[in-house]
Design a protein around this ligand. Structure first.
Ligand SMILES: [Mn+2]
Length: 318
């Protein structure tokens, strides 16, 4: 195993395990036990659970590369403080696994996130396909008990068919395993078929969000989540394909990046404990717009975490 990567087990995936650059040029995490970072970024270059077009294994690389466009800003508009002054973030590199053996990914990823939890830190994780959220949530639930979820997606991913390694069934399994506090969870941007009878999540479908706007959406989110510990899972196909063509299963009529950023920015005050950005597949992208959208959503999340610590506010909400 390369000493550049923190990971946990003896399984290796050397081909795409190597790290080109860190997210936002944050320092590379060397030793978790000696790190004073509050948030740990990890990449999970795994896409063996895709039902359609694969390619999300290049998501971490795409998001990290696109993030270089935002490094110069210092204090990102519209925030009135510089993130680096208020939040310590390090990038752990990529979680490794044996290609062709998805269970090694499941084991390594859960162990990796558990180490982050046990060190008292939170995780910002880049997929990979959406299946990667299931091992992450297992680690979170082990530490925190069932967590509330704000899930952005075109799809509910609650389908009961499929295999246990499936990017369309992960929330079915997460609910059945008791990882999710469904009473305080929402799915946002949904615009594909699902079984509405007995559906465990509150759904704010894409048409509703686009019709009512970010403020009304945020009110519904805050009413539902309350003061619960909440994890954000952002499937980039929650965005409209015009903003995020680089993904495996795009669906028309999604959220704009403006709407999504306003919602993420408006999560200030919620008890945020982690985020993932999944399903960025750069091979289908144009001009890196999907990777940039993913990187921007993740960076805005970090600003919200810093603002929750009292770092400052933003120029738009005054
Ligand atoms: Mn999706």
């Amino acid at each position: 195993m390369s000493e550049n990567h923190t990971t946990v087990a003896d399984a290796e995936m050397p081909l795409y395990g190597a790290l080109g650059m860190t997210f936002m040029q944050f320092p590379l995490l060397r030793h978790l036990s000696q790190s004073d970072a509050e948030v740990i970024v990890s990449g999970v270059p795994y896409d063996m659970s895709t039902s359609g077009r694969s390619g999300a294994r290049f998501g971490p690389e795409g998001i990290r590369s696109a993030s270089v466009n935002m490094v110069w800003e210092g204090a990102r508009w519209p925030w009135n403080f510089a993130l680096d002054d208020h939040l310590k973030v390090e990038d752990a590199g990529n979680v490794l696994f044996k290609h062709g053996e998805p269970q090694t990914l499941v084991d390594n990823l859960e162990a990796h996130i558990s180490q982050i939890m046990d060190a008292g830190k939170t995780a910002l994780t880049f997929g990979g396909d959406h299946f990667i959220t299931l091992p992450v949530l297992r680690a979170y639930a082990k530490k925190h008990g069932p967590v509330a979820i704000i899930h952005f997606d075109a799809h509910t991913d609650t389908y009961s068919g499929g295999t246990k390694y499936d990017h369309g069934t992960l929330f079915h399994h997460a609910v059945n395993e008791g990882l999710v506090d469904t009473e305080h969870s929402l799915q946002i941007g949904i615009r594909t078929a699902y079984e509405t009878d007995g559906h465990p999540f509150e759904v704010l479908d894409a048409a509703w969000v686009n019709g009512h706007g970010p403020e009304a959406t945020l009110q519904r989110i805050k009413d539902r989540v309350g003061d619960k510990q909440v994890y954000v899972s952002f499937d980039i196909d929650g965005l409209d394909p015009s903003f995020a063509p680089g993904t495996g299963t795009p669906v028309s009529a999604g959220l704009s990046i403006d709407t999504a950023l306003k919602i993420i920015r408006g999560l200030r005050g919620l008890n945020l404990i982690g985020m993932d950005v999944v399903e960025v597949a750069p091979a289908y992208d144009h001009a890196d717009i999907t990777s940039l959208a993913g990187a921007t959503l993740a960076l805005e999340y970090l600003y919200v975490v810093a603002a929750n610590k009292g770092a400052g506010g933003d120029y738009l909400s005054k």
